[in-house]
Design a protein around this ligand. Structure first.
Ligand code: PRX
Length: 653
């Protein structure tokens, strides 16, 4: 388990934070009744929760479970765009702010539920006019602007399946994802601001589109940078958002979708070079994101809720857009970087908009710690009442800093464990109910059944093992787009085919709180972003100088993990500073900046088993300066010593 060492120092965490009385008094949930109901009968529990949403037709059956395939709320008709918008229009919330947006350059926009509804309906009609219908795949490559949410909700409204590609991914990554899903429409923007620079999304998209024959139309949102980039508009294919919106009707009743109709595809990294298109469906995902938003974030009407994720990641899907809007929340959306123009931008935003719920990632918290206590201290953060963490394990030091310097001791912290595949939060504390321990995510959310198993499927009661989910849940992925076999093999073949294998290591304390220990497979978590080692390796061997590459993660104070690549070069090629820079850039060009290796190490050879498999485990030991694990299966044990010497020559102290 690669991350085991990282957490060794946490094993004796004893600090406990029971629910704060002032918070619990007003919390939506103050006792364990939901946990009990979920444990007694998860199916009945989810059925009861589902009744809070509006359905066009009721379900015939709550769960059809043919392991490992689940169907939830079969026969029912629903639309998540309707539950995010229309449901609220019938109440006073019609004129409540749905989205408060702040651009990096201090532009501001607010859309009420009514206004958002009009935008979504018009855009849905505009897409229909371009031939988009139920089931059409629509790719999004967008900055963090309200139109990203509009596009998502408009797709959901007509049953088109969106596939959002994070704006930091390279054209090649975008093209791969478009082609895998056979998307027919791409929605992008002329640009977006990031740390004082403009990211020219449309120009990047144009490079991708050279190899995307399925794309028939492109819609470009004018963020205001078209002139800067000599943006090209391809006649017949490219359409400006504001032009097609101009004449569009705002009358677009939500399509009455089957609960199991796909809602979206979101690509995520796995253990092979090819990202997986995770498929979420409509009914179960609506229920899962709604219920978790309601209870984990305890969302109230007067809250201003801010999740700092990008819509390109699952957190942006479930906890910027779909979950909070189904709750009728006011969400804050910020376009840019946390350190622009200064390192206290986030605190400035919280003070300006009186944000009350703040959900971010440990990697950001560690950066804030480094930037200094004086920065949050300068701002009025008294509006905050709840803090959240997601994406990677939060180390107790960062937890305590978050608690003291941002929450000022008055805010519960919910550490939420979940994944692209799970759709919604699975393990956490509920802020008015459970006692929190820094470094521990908490217990299973009501209706979720989680445990720890060993390789053989035996329950682990002492020490660490593999996290397992033993009962299906409504927002679970249904398959991998176009590759159901991979779905079965990746997630339901470790043990019994009814048990979900998330790929994380975990341990439990005596009260049943889970501590998540990190990935046990070849997936890295760099700044909360999932990156497959094989993806980076494929990018490296694509370079003409590289013969072979092995990529591992090593502990990094800010990013959680950093990417270390061991490469062997073509004979005669020299490793020098220029080559290292070129290889790093090559990875950025192939995948995107998030995959840039921190270190590139020349290795004369790579440690392999007798069957030729690279032993990444040993390379991880080297990169983290640990004693080497078992080397008896190596074809040539001297290789690993050689690599270690090369590594220490470069990085040893
Ligand atoms: O390793 C776990 C880690 O992030 C992985 C899921 O990544 P992704 O699908 O990109 O979704 C991230 C946002 C939900 C998990 O397998 N992870 C996520 N949340 C936590 C976490 N690790 C520890 N604690 C968490 N709260």
């Amino acid at each position: 388990m690669s991350d085991q060492m990282v957490f060794d120092d946490l094993l004796h965490e004893e600090r406990e934070f029971p629910p704060l009385a002032a918070f619990a008094e007003k919390a939506a949930l103050r006792d364990e009744s939901l946990h009990r109901a979920g444990a007694a009968d998860p199916v009945k529990f989810w059925e009861e929760q589902a009744r809070e949403l509006e359905w066009f037709a009721p379900w015939k059956q709550v769960l059809e479970w043919n392991p490992p395939h689940a169907k939830w709320f079969t026969g029912a008709r629903i639309n998540i765009s309707h539950n995010c918008l229309d449901r609220h229009l019938k109440t006073w919330r019609r004129n409540k702010a749905a989205i408060i947006w702040e651009g990096e350059n201090y532009e501001f926009r607010t859309l009420t539920y009514q206004q958002l509804h009009v935008e979504v309906c018009k855009f849905a009609n505009a897409m229909k006019a371009l031939g988009v219908t139920k089931g059409t795949r629509v790719a999004l490559y967008m900055p963090m602007i309200p139109e990203a949410a509009v596009a998502m909700l408009a797709c959901a409204r007509i049953g088109a399946i969106h596939s959002i590609v994070f704006g930091g991914f390279s054209p090649e990554s975008l093209s791969d994802r478009i082609n895998d899903a056979q998307a027919e429409l791409l929605i992008t923007a002329d640009g977006g601001w990031r740390r004082g620079n403009i990211v020219a999304l449309k120009n990047e998209a144009d490079k991708a589109l050279e190899t995307c024959p399925s794309i028939k139309n492109v819609i470009i949102v004018k963020r205001g940078h078209a002139d800067t980039f000599h943006l090209k508009v391809k006649e017949g294919r490219d359409h400006w958002y504001h032009r097609i919106m101009d004449g569009a009707s705002s009358d677009c009743p939500a399509e009455q979708l089957d609960a199991e109709d796909p809602l979206y595809i979101l690509y995520t990294s796995g253990t092979t070079g090819k990202p997986k298109g995770i498929v979420h469906t409509t009914g179960g995902y609506s229920v899962g994101t709604y219920v978790t938003s309601k209870y984990v974030f305890d969302i109230r009407d007067e809250d201003v809720y801010w999740c700092t994720a990008d819509v390109g990641w699952v957190t942006g899907h479930s906890y910027i857009v779909y979950g909070p809007l189904q709750c009728g929340a006011t969400i804050l959306m910020y376009e840019g970087a946390p350190n622009h123009p200064e390192n206290d931008r986030f605190w400035e935003i919280i003070a300006r908009h009186r944000v009350s719920i703040f959900y971010t990632a440990p990697t950001a918290i560690r950066a804030f710690m480094k930037w200094g206590d004086h920065l949050p201290a300068k701002h009025d953060l008294s509006s905050l009442r709840l803090l959240g963490s997601v994406g990677e394990p939060i180390n107790p030091e960062a937890w305590m800093w978050y608690h003291e310097h941002i929450g000022r001791g008055n805010c519960p912290i919910v550490d939420t464990w979940w994944q692209t595949e799970t759709g919604a939060i699975m393990i956490t504390t509920l802020p008015g109910v459970n006692t929190t321990k820094p470094g521990y995510a908490g217990i299973a959310f009501p209706g979720i059944q989680a445990t720890i198993l060993d390789e053989q499927g035996k329950e682990v009661t002492q020490g660490s093992g593999l996290l397992a989910i033993t009962h299906p849940w409504p927002s679970m992925l249904r398959t991998i787009w176009g590759d159901d076999e991979r779905y079965v093999n990746t997630y339901f073949s470790k043990w019994d085919k009814s048990v979900y294998f998330p790929g994380d290591g975990a341990k439990r304390d005596d009260k049943g709180n889970f501590m998540i220990l990190g990935r046990v497979d070849d997936v890295l978590n760099v700044s909360g972003h999932r990156i497959g080692t094989m993806e980076v390796e494929s990018a490296l061997v694509d370079h003409p100088l590289v013969v072979e590459a092995a990529v591992v993660g090593r502990k990094h104070d800010l990013k959680g993990q950093a990417i270390v690549a061991f490469v062997t070069l073509k004979s005669g090629a020299m490793m020098n500073r220029e080559v290292i820079a070129e290889l790093k850039q090559h990875v950025v060009t192939k995948i995107g900046a998030i995959a840039r290796p921190e270190d590139i190490i020349l290795a004369a050879d790579l440690p392999k088993t007798r069957s030729g498999k690279i032993m990444r485990r040993l390379l991880r030991d080297i990169a983290e300066g640990r004693a080497l694990g078992d080397t008896t299966t190596l074809a040539d044990p001297s290789v690993v010593e050689m690599v270690r010497e090369q590594y220490e020559e470069k990085y040893g102290d």
